[in-house]
Design a protein around this ligand. Structure first.
Ligand SMILES: [Zn+2]
Length: 271
């Protein structure tokens, strides 16, 4: 996307978000949807010193997952990946949802920041969920010979058409009320999204996906070696930081251990 149109999109987005902000231009008679946000443990990168986070969102009666972490088969095991990184999973998504009294079939939406293996690992536990994913990532995942590290088998139900999916071009207002928005921030992958969640008490929260992977790397605006497109990543950094500043959002880098504490400890939700 050319810089000019990106900027126009950002201005329009911030204006739209301001309009839907509680107390900002909203009629007093309109009741705000009840939204809660939990951070879920989706594994650890032991040698890299990083965590893997997923999130659960309740929007009124609809339950939504954001990202699906490392595979459940890693639970209680240490696995060395091809690049030498050692990973593990302490508890599965299904186990954590059970602590909230939720069955997998109650998850209505499974949305992905992108299709890398540490974000789709447990998606197959939720075949009744509608999958939301960037179209460009879907194209990459379902290519006849997907690049190394992609695991299309994890999303077989949606690839085979047994489960519902929606491929996202650009931004996606998930519930149509501006409270939960997938925002296109490509570069790490071609169809990468971040998630903006507007909470009544906590205020706006921005979940980075893998636009950033660590707080220090975000501070340096450092483009990792292995990204799909470095220039596009830099443009997304600029768009993200402008949005973070305009909204005053709490920014959570999903792989950053230090950011786990920005939300209440599970099983407490942020509201
Ligand atoms: Zn990741």
């Amino acid at each position: 996307m050319p810089t000019q149109s990106r900027r126009r999109r950002l201005v329009a987005l911030v204006a739209a978000l301001t309009f839907v902000l509680p107390g900002a231009g909203r009629a007093a008679s309109v009741s705000e949807p009840t939204i809660e946000l939990w951070r879920l443990d989706c594994g650890s990168f032991i040698t890299k010193g990083l965590t893997d986070s997923c999130y659960l969102i309740r929007h009124e009666d609809t339950w939504m997952l954001w990202d699906a972490g490392l595979g459940a088969e890693l639970r209680g095991k240490r696995s060395t990946q091809k690049n030498g990184s050692v990973v593990t999973v302490d508890t599965t998504l299904v186990e954590q949802l059970a602590r909230l009294g939720l069955q997998p079939a109650q998850i209505g939406i499974a949305a992905l920041s992108h299709v890398h293996g540490d974000h789709v690992g447990q998606a197959a536990s939720f075949p009744s969920a509608r999958l939301l994913v960037g179209r460009a990532d879907w194209t990459m995942l379902t290519a006849s010979s997907p690049s190394a590290g992609l695991e299309p088998a994890r999303l077989a139900s949606w690839i085979d058409g047994k489960a519902m999916k929606e491929l996202i071009d650009g931004d996606k207002d998930v519930f149509g009320d501006g409270t939960v928005m997938m925002l296109a921030m490509p570069g790490h992958t071609p169809g990468h999204h971040v998630l903006l969640v507007r909470l009544r008490d906590t205020g706006p929260v921005l979940l980075t996906g893998d636009l950033y992977y660590a707080a220090a790397q975000r501070a340096r605006r450092e483009v990792p070696v292995h990204v799909h497109d470095a220039a596009v990543t830099r443009a997304s950094f600029r768009a993200f930081e402008a949005l973070a500043e305009a909204t005053g959002a709490t920014v959570i880098v999903q792989h950053e251990r230090a950011d786990i504490g920005k939300l209440p400890g599970f099983p407490q939700p942020a509201r």
